[in-house]
Structures are given as C-alpha cells and as structure tokens.
Write a protein that binds this ligand. Sequence first.
Ligand code: PLP
Length: 448
Amino acid sequence: MENVKRPKIVVRPPGPKAKKFIERDGKVMSQSLTRTSPLVGVDESGVWVKDIDGNIFMDLGSGIAVTNVGHKHPKVVEAIKRQSDKLIFLNSCDYFTLPQVELAERLCQVTPGNFEKRVFMGNSGAEAVEAALKIAQWHTRNFYVIGFIGGFHGRTMGSLQLTTTSVGARRHFKGMMQGVFHVPYAYCYRCPFKQEYPDCGMWCVNYIEEIMLKKVIPPDDLACMVVEPIQGAAGYIVPPDDYLPALAKLCKKNGIIFVDDEVQSGFCRTGKWFACEHSEVEPDIITVSKAIAGGLPCGAAIARKELMDWDPGAHENTLGGSPVVCEAALAVLDILKEEKLDKNAEQVGGFLLKRFREMAESHEIIGDVRGKGLMIGIEFVKDRRTKEYATEFRNKLLDEAFERGLMLLAAGPTSLRLAPPLVLTKEQAEVALEIFEESLKKVEKGSP
Ligand SMILES: Cc1ncc(COP(=O)(O)O)c(C=O)c1O
C-alpha cells in the first residue's frame, strides 16, 4: 500500500466477504461492541487500512488515537519481531525484564515534571486509570474523587464511576468504587452555566472551590481529581488555555492530587508530547495508554515518586509491561521523536483546523470546529442558534464518507472526532478534506 494516494473502493462496503464475516462475528462476539462501520480489516500501512474485499480506506481515527506513528510502522514491526525472538514473557510481579525498566525510565523522561517519578504498567487505559485511583486512595487514605461530566476514563468498575459520556455505559452497573462527585467541564460551546468565556471568569472552576469544596465535599476527604486535558469521547472538547492551570492550582491549594488522563491526548496527538504541556501544567499523576505501544496492549500510570508509597502486593497484575509490548513502546517513542510527529501534528492539524473552519462558513450544519494538533472535533447542529443536536446527520455523514473510503469516528451525541495517524501528510489531508466535503454536500442534499 506504499504508493496509495487516495482511498480505493473496489466494491461498495460492506462487500460480500465483509458481510459474511460480520455475520460470523455476530454469532460469537459480545453485542456490547458498538461497531462504527462495517469494515473487516486485513492489512494496514501508514494512514491506510485494507478490508477483506480489497477496498483501501484512509484512517482518520487511528483506532481511537492508537496508531499515532502510522499503521504497521516498520520499526514497530522490527521491535516486536526482535523481542519475540528473545523473550516473549516473564511476569513482572515476580521477575524483572530489561524492556520494562527501559520503558519506565523513558516514560519518566518524556512526561512533564522535572521530579522523580514511579511507573505502574497495565494493559489498557482503564487499567491505567484504576492504578491512578488506587495510588491516590492508598496515599491519602481517602475515598472521594472529583470527576467531570462528559469525561471518559474507561469501563472497568472503578474507572466507570468516573465515566459520564452517556448513561448507556453506566446503566445497570453499580461499581465497587462509589463516591465520585461530577462537576461540569469547560464545554464553552454549550456552557453548562450558560455563561460566556472569558466574561464568566471561569465560574466552572470557581464552582468547584466555592460550592463543591465548601458545601459538598471537604478537600481533605478527597483522594484526587481526574480530568482529561481535552475531553475525548465527549466530542474533542477543548477547554480554554487557562482551564487546566486553574484546576491544577485549585488542587495544589487544597492539597488534592491532580490526575491528568492523557490516554487519548498523549504521545504527540495535540502537537505536544502531552496535552497538558500546552499550558505548562505538571500533573501529580499522568495516565497513558492507546498510542503508547503502536496497537499492542499497554497502559501506565506515572506518578510523583512520593505518591507511589504503597506496599508490595498493594497493586499488581500478570501481563502488564510484558517484554514485547515494552519493546514496541520503545520503538514508538523513538519514532515520535525521530520523525518529529509532534511538529507534524501541529502543522497538518493546524492546516485541517483552518480548512474545516472555512468549510463551516458555507455549511450551516457545522456548529463548531475545535481542536489541537491532530485532535479535531466537528460538532453538527440543526440550527446554529438553538444548537439542536444533528445526530442523524452526523451518522449519515459518517456512513457516506465511509462508502467513499474515509474512516471517521463519532464522539458525543452530535460530533465527529478526527484523530488520524500523526504521519498524515498535507497532501493526504487535502484528499481527506475533498472527500469529507463531497460527502457533506451529498448528505445536505439528501436531508429534508
Ligand atoms: C481519556 C481516556 N481514558 C481512559 C480510556 C480507557 O481506555 P481503554 O479503552 O484502553 O480502557 C479512554 C478510552 O477511550 C480514554 O479516552
């Protein structure tokens, strides 16, 4: 697929082979998986994914911000093969391995904060968040947590208590961990307090201090605050630049551990290695996953050394930080640096953001375009004044673009999230824009 310049649709997706396979899938796989598009992938390279019928798609989602270095990067493949020939597995709760320590050292270096840190490795974003929650509870002996409405932090019983993107993820589940207090996020396009930035004086932050900490939950009963620097699953909601520093300051003042969930925004996605670096915030704990190992399962919580003061046996797992995964992650860190993918995300992301904003001028259905680097959200509304959700339109657009060879992801009730591999070139971005607008016009024409 090296010479591919545009998506190539040889048979309208889902083609006959895909249809057959999806039928098989339906007979054995859990129905809880949502499945955005009927794509059965068999091969990949860079920004391209080939399906079982021979169609080639341009991936604008990276499997939700996972394939940051591009699909099947040769250096990741090489690292996996090299390590597989030596040592595939030794469990880190009982023994030591070289790649794990090397990865932990590198994670301490690349994450913000010029202080000593410690790393706990798991296999997913949710596990990274669980680790952060447990670190904070252990250290403070406190139980309560502040989370944010619209936040997504995973679906395991602990992390789910923080997740409030939709009730569908929470219905019927009563987690072991109770005691999360949710506060509104700085979603300025739909301000929950019906105010306007900057005249609001960031009331959403003051609200935490003036109302929550004075009337609802004493700060010294809190284990931590957990926040996404850009809300992901809620629709790539970018808060004002001074929001994260204001939250960090509030936490510091009140002795609250500040947990920055960079599972989706980390590893150069936003044009910086971590999104919190845009506002020079140094979190007490950072959670990472997704892009870290190029698609292999890995997650980590990186904390100030003094916070990870728990006893042996307080928290561990079997598969976390296994050698092949860590070697893949080390290759990812090298590639991000060598290929300057933070810069590419900034440049190509800036270009896309500008062009989508221009597109919004002639398409009323686009209510808001926002983003940082290659983390771009487009929100659709039936009416720009009332901001009524245009969910059906968004879904049709996603399907229309898919049929033309673009892989897009929905987020929140009425947004699309664009998170292409960070190797996306400007020329490829042009192709994406052209197909996107073509699809948009088609759906606009077809809509009542
Ligand atoms: C910010 C954030 N935290 C945590 C998670 C959970 O990660 P995982 O799906 O790997 O458990 C996600 C997943 O989308 C996420 O976006």
